[in-house]
Ligand binder design. Structure first.
Ligand code: MRU
Length: 345
């Protein structure tokens, strides 16, 4: 790892260390969690956010519950893990990586026969997932870079970068990889109201890595496309269904419609840990976040008191608007029910 590379979430000295993303871009500070309740709180408050990062943080939350346990037998430690599992599961509903990660670690725990091996197995599984996430991002980056041409102007929404994963990123990993191949690119990051993941986080991490980035209001996307200022769109995903429906940050759907209207390729980059092969679009819970995120701006109320507010955090883009889905196993193309079946079975 290069010394400057951002590590969003990691395990250090029996604690979970995370970049506090609520403080970016003003301050690059780290928080240290020593119990799973703190990890759950960090996930809820968006200290750590982005589907793959949430998954790994939750896995480390279970690891904290295991290694700090004073249980004397396996059923006692299993009860403690079940409790941590419940609390961590109830943090955020949309990114499937959370449930995938928690289920995978619990599965590992259940197959152990002593307290000691359970502690070791849970921690090792979480560490393995963190490493796998980085490797998946690098592979996705290598595949996805083939879609990027020298001189491209690429629009991205929200933050699907190093800060949304353990390191390197999904959509932004593709852009990093294209840059590493010597392609000149410029990135347009949408602000991503109301939490500003694009303006605060994508702009921060691309600037940090020396990638040309500009920020535009979410409302400018159609105009920029009509003026020929965008060649491609690439975004991440919180959940991709068997049908190819992609759940991602609110606003993604309207960008995909605008891209279709202007004949601009629209790509989704998502690791296999973000795929949910069991749900239909109507079964996925879209997180509704606090109205405070919408009514307050810079500490000041901008919406009259008593006015109703909608604040869905995610939307769903249907497969017919998606030109390709970049995964660590290659680039999936329509029809997605077929290409996803070939890769995931
Ligand atoms: O609410 P957030 O910031 O967790 O939402 C994040 C996104 O929507 C990302 O685009 C998605 O998780 C993909 S991250 C590789």
């Amino acid at each position: 790892m290069r010394s400057k590379e951002l590590m969003t979430v990691s395990w250090k000295d029996n604690s979970v260390v995370m970049i506090d993303q609520t403080k970016l871009p003003d301050k690059l500070v780290f928080v240290r969690c020593t119990n799973y309740e703190q990890v759950a709180d960090c996930i809820k408050r968006l200290v750590v956010r982005g589907a793959p990062a949430i998954g790994v943080a939750a896995a480390f939350g279970l690891a904290l519950a295991a290694v700090k346990s004073k249980a004397s037998d396996t059923s006692e430690i299993m009860n403690e893990l079940e409790m941590a599992f419940k609390v961590l599961r109830n943090t955020r509903p949309t990114a499937v990586n959370l449930f995938w990660a928690l289920d995978r670690v619990m599965q590992k725990a259940k197959s152990q026969t002593s307290v000691k091996t359970m502690k070791d197995a849970v921690l090792n599984e979480a560490l393995k997932m963190a490493e796998e996430d980085i490797q998946a991002n690098k592979k996705m980056g290598a595949f996805g870079a083939s879609l990027i041409d020298d001189g491209d102007a690429i629009l991205t929404h929200c933050n699907a970068g190093a800060l949304a994963t353990v390191a390197y990123g999904t959509a932004l990993g593709v852009l990093r990889s294209a840059k590493e191949q010597g392609k000149r690119i410029n990135v347009i990051a949408t602000e991503t109201r109301p939490v500003l993941q694009g303006a605060r986080l994508t702009a921060f991490e691309l600037k940090h890595d020396g990638i040309d980035v500009s920020v535009a209001p979410d409302t400018a996307v159609g105009s920029l496309m009509a003026r020929g200022m965008i060649r491609k769109v690439i975004v991440g995903a919180d959940r991709v269904l068997r049908s190819g429906h992609a759940f991602n940050k609110i606003g993604t759907y309207q960008i995909a419609i605008l891209a279709k209207k202007h004949d601009i390729p629209f790509y989704v980059a998502a690791p296999l840990s973000s795929f949910d092969l069991n749900s239909s679009p109507g079964q996925v819970t879209i997180e509704e976040r606090s109205f405070d995120e919408v009514v307050m701006m810079g500490g000041k109320r901008v919406v009259p008191k008593g006015v109703r507010v909608f604040n869905p955090a995610f939307d769903v883009t249907p497969p017919e608007l998606i030109s390709g889905i970049i995964t660590e196993k290659g680039i999936l193309t329509p029809p997605y029910d077929m290409s996803i079946k070939m890769v995931l079975g």
